[in-house]
Ligand binder design. Structure first.
Ligand code: FES
Length: 197
């Protein structure tokens, strides 16, 4: 199983039938590998931090890594994606993420340290499936008012592009933001925070 995959939203239609692999359920295309310096599989399973190079991650792309046995997404959001976070808020269960899991530094509308990069544990807060990346506004299958986000294939949970759940769908809270920090503009670490290194 690949532990690192890039998701190109524009190519979603080509891969919409992709099957979730081992809980890493984001629709994905095996295209240029985003280099990452990761500890051994055994160290990762034990919860070691993972270092990720995001220099090749283009706007609109999502890459999947694995940390503590769970998929962790890094999404490079476009300006349009960031704008959608504001317009989506009316329909959200918990727009301020008050009842959700995230570090204090991600307690903002974007739920991130840097607005353009979302780092999220890609696990649905309903029963643990991994939602699909569905970035196209007005997605025919989802609805004309869809501004882009994540759709859970199990029971229809819907999240915006910050992992915040929409009202009227089963998940009780927003997806979790893991602890993370930047080593530089192009490198980040999942599982470590400023002051811990
Ligand atoms: S597991 Fe995602 S909606 Fe039920």
């Amino acid at each position: 199983m690949k532990s690192d995959e890039i998701d190109h939203g524009k190519r979603r239609l080509l891969t919409a039938t992709a099957t979730a692999l081992g809980g890493v359920g984001a629709v994905s295309v095996a295209v240029p590998f985003v280099a990452s310096m990761q500890p051994s599989a055994r160290a990762q399973a034990a919860g070691a931090p993972i270092e990720i190079d995001i220099s090749a991650l283009r706007p609109g792309e999502l890459v999947v890594h694995k940390w503590r046995g769970k998929p962790v997404w890094v999404l490079h959001r476009t300006e349009e994606m960031l704008a959608s976070l504001k317009t989506a808020e009316e329909g959200l269960t918990d727009p301020q993420s008050a009842g959700s899991e995230q570090p204090d530094y991600a307690l903002n509308r974007q739920r991130s340290l840097k607005p353009e990069y979302l780092v999220l544990v890609g696990v649905c807060t309903h029963l643990g499936c991994s939602p699909k990346f569905r970035p196209e506004p007005g997605d025919e299958e989802i609805g004309a008012d869809w501004a882009g986000g994540f759709l859970c294939p199990c029971h229809g949970g819907r999240y915006d592009l910050a992992g915040r759940v929409f009202k009227g769908t089963p998940p009780p809270k927003n997806m979790a933001v893991p602890p993370y920090m930047y080593l530089s503009d192009s490198r980040l670490v999942i599982g470590l925070e400023e002051g811990e290194v």
